[in-house]
Design a protein around this ligand. Sequence first.
Ligand code: ADP
Ligand code: ZN
Length: 731
Amino acid sequence: MLFEDDPAMKETIASVLVPVAVPGAYTYRVPQGVTVVPGSIVKVPLGPREVLGAVWDGEPDAAINPKKLKLISHVFEKARPLDDELRRFVDWVANWTLSPPGMVLRMVLRSEEALQEEPPVPGVRKLEGRAPERMTPARQRVLETMQEGLAWTKSGLAHAAGVSASVIDGLLQQDVLEVVSLPAAPPPPMPQVDFAETKLMPAQQVAADGLVASFDQGSAVSLIDGVTGSGKTEVYFEAIAEALRRGKQALVLLPEIALTEQFLRRFEQRFGTYPAEWHSEITTKKRGRTWRGVANGDVRVVIGARSALFLPFVDLGLIIVDEEHDGAFKQDDRVPYNARDMAVVRGHLSRFPVVLASATPSVESRVNADLGRYTRFELPERASGAALPELRAIDMRNNGPDRGRWIAPELLEAMKETFADGGQSLLFLNRRGYAPLTLCRTCGHRFQCPHCSAWLVEHRFQNRLVCHHCGHSETVPKTCPSCNATDSLVACGPGVERIAEEVESLFPQARTLILSSDLPGGPERLRREMKVVEEGGADIVIGTQLVAKGHNFPKMKLVGVIDADLGLAHGDPRAAEKTFQLLAQVTGRAGRVTGGGRGFLQTYSPDHPVLKALMSQDRDAFYTAEIEARRAAGLPPFGRLAALVISGPEKMAAEGYARALVRAAPNEGAVTLLGPAEAALAMVRGRYRFRLLLIAPRQFDLQGYIRHWLANVPKATKGLRVQVDIDPQHF
Ligand code: ADP
Ligand code: ZN
């Protein structure tokens, strides 16, 4: 296991996994008088630094001269050791993604602050049988506000009683109140299983009963495949209730934080309290509380982004992945993992149920349900009884708008009707900013990112040209930097800001709102604005893909897709699937509660199978055709894919190394190796990128093949890097 007692040395050693990109655990000495167990969280010296780490499984290297070993510098004795299941999960993810296990551990041990209990805060309490020398109305209010025995923080009390802090100081001086110490944060209230049960529709009830039954089936995976607005959330709330009844913790993964606000309110209505949140916008302090609460069991339900999967739950018994098809569950950098797939793995390792939910499931999950690996629950109708929106394609080749305009007359007409009826419209365009390309009319100069092979996108509110890949930005110049012409820069193509401009000129009386993740004000503003839309405080909404996800906007009647072809041009084998999902989701925002929803898709290829399938509302036909195409091409889930991205600061060197890798690839008939080709983004952040693609049969051990291959190639030098991406999502 981990340490070895050598009576002669009177010392023990332990393997410690550190959160850096090295192949495995290192051996350290354990200080005398200290005990560690597998999973103990420690601090160790590493080179010139001190880093967090965890005592790991596997024999420490007893052959190393103990004198050369460094000493564990600190053991976090109050922190619960990472349990066996979590350690197995970390190892599994590392193995699957071909990432160093320390890099996976880094997603568990994020900061030292999370490990330390917050110090108590000072508070005040009433002393028995004491009264102030002189009673004033303010003092009276303070004493009435305080109940017998209860302690308050000074500021909380001053606020509640409506007095200044000096009134409380006065009472303290006269020994009417005393100072006590309070825990920094009381444990959060428990969700109540029976707070307000929802009366489910028959199809929902069948699904809910099935999910409850799955708790007795070990690591069962269920797929709730239900159209937009069918009440999937209510169904999986019943699975959460069951987990709580069984004394287990539950985790809900959502793809987008802007979604959580509405989710939190619905959760509160059902369970009487809010779940803990976990995503990048949470303050360090709150994160620390949630991390500790999850580990000590005070926190029962977490709603979070993909990284919540690595929280140290003491007794996790259910994971729900809502909008399971969403690409945001895939992390592309560092450890490239898909949280949906890893959630299934975590459920499998710890033998608890996992629930996937979507109105447009991934092809992978559909196939798994077809094959009986997952249990499918279908919700074919909206909970409100409302019909799905009626969809129409607008052929932009004949029926498009005038030059320099983006909204076709037919869509405009429908928007006018909707506005006149007091309904909301949504215009969808998956492009942030004002215009995707700026050029000089005089000399043809195009504004390109100096670090990436990408155009700079104009953001008019900020008056800047921004690279969406590396964040580089510059102010929009007055003159062309190439020919010095003035007034000759033109914006080409639309982004959401430009559509908003057009809407404002067409509907000056309407309340318009842009929902895009990059606008000033950040996620807070976005959440507020989502709520404004939900409550009917906007007439026309212009949004990026952010609005496609799960929201319930009761007054939304019309959805117009500005460019339905946008996602179809990609060379990505999932382009059709992704476009179908996005467009079905975004048009699914229309008429969710009242029915009568309409959707318009502006397109130059109205006969494309994806658009045809959408128009006919025939989801099954789309999936059947797409699944057959994947099967025929040996693509996921029938085959396995992996990408190797070779990048470096010099183009020649990167390409040369990619070629050397191909030459060194082990001969294996089952593997098709494509490339090297320039990656879709040939340069990002000053690094040139070449890509190799591997396709193999489903049963083939692709990780084993890649591991063997990379172990036997010359080491990358001169800043070259090889990134392996198992089951890549982007090309
Ligand atoms: P989905 O997640 O499937 O798109 P939601 O769970 O958001 O759908 O539900 C859509 C709407 O229907 C919500 O306003 C929800 O409150 C309502 N709803 C769901 N189930 C019921 C039910 N059994 N009775 C009444 N309203 C319901
Ligand atoms: Zn850039």
